[in-house]
Design a protein around this ligand. Structure first.
Ligand code: FE2
Ligand code: FE2
Length: 268
């Protein structure tokens, strides 16, 4: 599951030149146009994984421009487990962007878990976005955990008991945050959506269909289909499938249990 080798499993690169205006003339300048993204979900850090994580992060950082962590960073949502991961991240120069997963919420210590990760230099997104300058490439990353609800034909409705409607509303807040985020990064050269829960059924195939409603929500696909980012990654579905799509947008389940590697690597 945690082999050290990383493999490029997809590529959506296309070359372009930047035309940079200078007073009195226009120059054509070649710039780096492709970035290498390493992504992993469901690392479930815990003390016995310390050495393994340190080796994996140190290896991937040498060959990546950006590392994405798609939630379930810890086993039980404990700050000391987050610190194990933060220690693996702390010495790297490569930017690392993460969202939390349901396991990271389990102990109701999200603020402490986030703080521990930030001590290791990890950018933790919660219904937010960040814009990074990677070489000449402006990369917008929209990150939110996502939530449950199911997919067309088998979805929770905004109806009935307040408790159930509260679940629906929680997903609504996630969808709204995703929409705001993709609007905010619309002008970036590269745009990425980072989730924990799945936005599409494709990447759940392999999981029992009766639990798909707990693994994601098709409502998350709305902003993705409308704004068409370059890459969407999520985790959570340990027994799901690696690849899917929303229209032409590639969606990858990067749970380490699915990829069978420390990191899936994408050139975008
Ligand atoms: Fe997980
Ligand atoms: Fe999860």
């Amino acid at each position: 599951m945690f082999s050290l080798a990383a493999e490029v499993i997809a590529e959506w690169a296309y070359p372009f030149s930047a035309f940079v205006e200078r007073p009195g003339r226009v120059n054509s300048v070649s710039v780096k146009t492709t970035i290498r993204v390493a992504a992993a979900g469901d690392v479930h850090a815990v003390e016995p994984l310390r050495e393994r994580l340190e080796r994996a992060f140190s290896a991937i950082a040498e060959d990546s421009d950006l590392v994405l962590l798609a939630g379930d960073l810890t086993t039980h949502g404990l700050p000391e487990q987050a610190a194990v991961l933060a220690d693996a991240c702390g010495s790297l120069d490569t930017p690392i962007v993460a969202v939390l997963g349901n396991h990271d919420h389990h102990s109701n210590l999200c603020a402490e878990v986030t703080s521990a990760l930030e001590d290791g230099g990890v950018i933790v997104l919660d219904r937010g976005h960040t814009i990074l300058e990677i070489g000449e490439v402006e990369v917008g990353i929209v990150g939110t955990k996502g939530f449950v609800g199911g997919f067309p034909g088998a979805e929770i409705a905004d109806f009935g008991e307040p408790a159930l409607r509260h679940v629906y509303q929680e997903t609504t807040l996630e969808v709204d945050a995703l929409e705001r985020g993709v609007e905010q990064v619309a002008g970036c050269h590269k745009r990425i959506v980072l989730l924990h829960y799945a936005p599409v059924e494709d990447t759940l195939v392999g999981e029992p269909e009766r639990i798909w409603a707990f693994l994601g929500s098709g409502r998350l696909a709305g902003p993705i289909g409308a704004h068409r980012p370059d890459l969407v990654v999520h985790g959570h579905a340990h027994h799901g499938a690696p690849r899917g799509s929303i229209g032409e947008v590639p969606v990858h389940n990067v749970a380490v249990h699915v990829t069978g590697q420390d990191f899936a690597v994408f050139d975008i």
